[in-house]
Design a protein around this ligand. Structure first.
Ligand code: 5GP
Length: 290
């Protein structure tokens, strides 16, 4: 590489002033995007004619859009093969087309896509509700990863992704979970990328998770609706936990104790639904998305 050009003091001043002006212009554009005055289409058009705007980083452009945080922006850029520091001017024709259609899609769908977190004491019937919702097609239901061993009736990739302790730790270090928690001696986590993708595509997303995880989701995603599923009575919950033949007796006792503590957490939630019949719970959850 050759030596940098020697600039006269005047030329240097002029270059500095030009750079400052460009930064100001980019900041102005970003605040218009944030206020919803400029769509991604508008910015791409301006960038085709204005050098200062063409030099804006794609990441900054995406993060300024409503509902697109750092996580969604980077997931989207990865999916479209846009390198992290790419500027608008460096986008290929195909990438521009993909970005445009992505946001046309999500600006219609984003209104419909909601993040619902279904929680409540173990044994209350969350997974039955989640299975029903998955079948109904009204929700995209997340599949968690867990270090727990599969029960006899469970399948990898359907009920959970059953992974080792080491693999779980690796994913925690890699920030691959939207939330994760320990429950009755095992770890459970929601894979982040799949949830982000589903939300971006405008799907209603349901997470069926325990209470600590639900609280974590609320702290990252304030728009999430936290739903607490309550048993009709305590006796009913005991009967359900006792009747679950898939756990060892010591594990059942542990779960009963936990359930008692968990019931006390209902007040933290946005909505409490009593699980009298699965059909009614499903109806209430679907109503929450409209
Ligand atoms: P189980 O072992 O009975 O399938 O699940 C035990 C508890 O872990 C349940 O309360 C279930 O909702 C919760 N759980 C399942 N997946 C996740 C997850 O990804 N994150 C958290 N925090 N809890 C989960």
């Amino acid at each position: 590489m050759g030596a940098p050009p020697q600039l006269s003091p005047e030329a240097r001043m002029a270059a500095l002033a030009k750079a400052a002006q460009s930064r100001k212009r980019r900041a102005e554009i970003k605040s218009k995007i944030k206020r919803g005055e400029f769509s991604i289409d508008t910015v791409l058009e301006i960038a085709a004619n204005e050098d200062a705007v063409a030099k804006m980083r794609v990441r900054e452009l995406l993060e300024a859009l409503t509902g697109v945080g750092k996580v969604r922006a980077s997931a989207l850029m990865q999916r479209l093969n846009i390198s992290p520091n790419r500027r608008i001017a460096g986008l290929g024709r195909h990438q521009i087309k993909e970005l445009r259609s992505e946001f046309m899609k999500s600006s219609h769908a984003a209104k419909a896509g909601k993040l619902l977190v279904l929680s409540g004491p173990g044994g209350v019937g969350k997974s039955t509700v989640a299975t029903r919702l998955r079948k109904s097609g009204d929700f995209w239901v997340s599949i968690s990863a867990t270090t727990r061993a599969p029960r006899s009736n469970e399948h990898d990739g359907v009920d959970y992704f059953f992974i080792s302790d080491e693999e779980f730790s690796r994913r925690v270090r890699g920030d691959e979970f939207l939330e994760w928690a320990e429950f009755a001696g095992n770890r459970y986590g929601t894979p982040r990328a799949a949830v982000e993708e589903a939300l971006l595509a405008g799907r209603n997303v349901l997470l069926e998770i325990e209470i600590e995880g639900a609280k974590q989701v609320k702290s990252h995603a304030n728009q999430a609706v936290l739903v607490f599923l309550e048993p009709p009575t305590w006796e009913e919950l005991v009967a359900r936990l006792e009747g679950r033949g898939t756990d060892a007796p010591s594990r059942r006792a542990e779960r009963l104790q936990l359930a008692q503590d968990e019931l006390a957490a209902a007040s933290f939630f946005d909505v409490v639904i009593v699980n009298d019949t699965v059909e009614r719970v499903v109806e209430e959850l679907i109503a929450l998305t409209s």
